[in-house]
Design a protein around this ligand. Structure first.
Ligand SMILES: Cc1cc2nc3c(=O)[nH]c(=O)nc-3n(C[C@H](O)[C@H](O)[C@H](O)COP(=O)(O)OP(=O)(O)OC[C@H]3O[C@@H](n4cnc5c(N)ncnc54)[C@H](O)[C@@H]3O)c2cc1C
Length: 339
């Protein structure tokens, strides 16, 4: 049996199988809805069911409460149709038509960036085109059918490599492999590009607030490279938080950007400083709220630890940023994600 899915206000209509999530159906037809983890753990894809009913799937009450369900909300990455369904969602035009592919890649280079962070550079098959927007992520496909998300730190270039920044998770199946047994020339399969975390154009040219913890810098790096390459005039305030001073990396590049681009402001914050650290201390959420107690006319891009992303997002809304202008990739764990 096949049902119909309609997206309001665009009026786009498509078929949807009973076993398919609303997000999967939309992406299959080339319409991008806002989304990130695809596992029901980040709520980026939360939206309204206007008519029809759905099976809500496995949802964490923290991401979708009973009250929200009663008001008609669902997580589109989990909800499957029980009949024809109409939803309300703001489609993401820039990502429409970007094909999600499953590809093999070869590990071309492995570089240590910080004590617990490695970059791996993936060479794609020369016969394949791979389009993505800086900031999107890929899912590495493991042999047991599970997958692990990693943000792309590079920008697209013909024949170019995909750069990933991998933080070691103690006992983590994939990340421990990256730090112990992975070698150059190894083959990795992945699916991508995924997610809708990329810089939006803005006719109002509002300043950009970017905030990352740890390897949350990866997608921000690609976004910044793109903004500078496009001579985008918007002021940029980038807050990067880590635990220890030695967790920062790419410091030469960031200094060069500060030197070259007077509209780029870098604020690095350390939560467990030692005597060598002369910069800001604490958490980036506090630093941002100290610097901008009222912050109405900004658009915000948040990435990294889920606690920071969810907390800062809520605080920014309270301080005056419209929720529609806050974009985020929370590095939630791969719980329950399979190919
Ligand atoms: C959209 C997206 C983009 C991401 N981008 C990046 C990125 O660019 N760089 C990066 O380093 N990470 C990124 N992550 C996080 C990354 O996917 C996980 O760290 C990774 O899946 C861990 O895989 P593993 O096999 O090593 O651990 P697993 O074997 O899956 O987990 C082992 C144990 O560690 C816990 N765990 C898993 N991940 C984490 C974590 N991140 N922090 C703390 N505990 C964890 C698990 O609950 C489990 O108990 C991203 C996640 C998402 C959803």
């Amino acid at each position: 049996m096949i049902y119909r899915l309609r997206i309001e206000p665009s009026g786009h209509e498509m078929d949807i199988a009973p076993t398919e999530t609303i997000l999967e159906a939309a992406l299959r037809h080339g319409y991008a809805l806002p989304y990130s983890c695809r596992a029901g753990t980040c709520a980026t894809c939360k939206g309204k069911i206007v008519s029809g009913s759905v099976d809500y799937g496995e949802v964490d009450a923290k991401m979708l409460s009973d009250d929200e369900i009663a008001q008609g909300y669902a997580l589109f990455c989990q909800a499957t149709p029980l009949g024809d369904v109409t939803i309300e969602a703001k489609e993401v035009g820039a990502a429409a038509g970007i094909q999600i592919k499953t590809l093999p890649s070869r590990v071309a280079r492995i570089v240590d960036l910080a004590p617990d962070v490695r970059a791996i550079f993936l060479q794609l098959p020369s016969t394949e085109e791979f389009h993505y927007l800086p900031g999107q992520y890929i899912d590495i496909l493991l042999k047991d059918g599970s997958r692990r998300g990693f943000s792309i730190a590079s920008t697209p270039s013909p024949g170019g490599q995909l750069e990933l920044h991998i933080k070691r998770v103690p006992g983590g199946r994939f990340t421990e492999h990256v730090f112990s047994t992975m070698k150059e020339k190894d083959i990795l399969r992945f699916e991508g590009p995924l997610g809708t975390f990329f810089v939006r154009e803005d006719p109002e040219q509002r300043p950009l607030l970017m905030a990352a913890t740890g390897t949350g810098f990866a997608p921000i790096k690609g976004m910044l490279q793109q903004l500078f390459a496009n001579s985008d005039p918007r002021p940029i305030y980038f807050y990067w938080g880590v635990r220890y001073p030695q967790d920062f990396y790419y410091q030469d590049l960031l200094q060069e950007w500060q030197h070259r681009h007077s509209h780029f402001h870098l604020i690095q914050v350390v939560s467990r400083p030692d005597a060598s650290w002369k910069g800001r201390c604490g958490y980036i959420t506090d630093a941002i709220l100290q610097d901008f107690p009222t912050i109405g006319k900004f658009s915000a891009y948040l990435c990294g630890h889920p606690d920071m992303v969810f907390d800062l997002s809520a605080q920014l809304e309270k301080a005056g940023i419209d929720s529609q202008d806050i974009y985020a990739d929370a590095f939630v764990f791969a719980k329950g994600k399979s190919s």
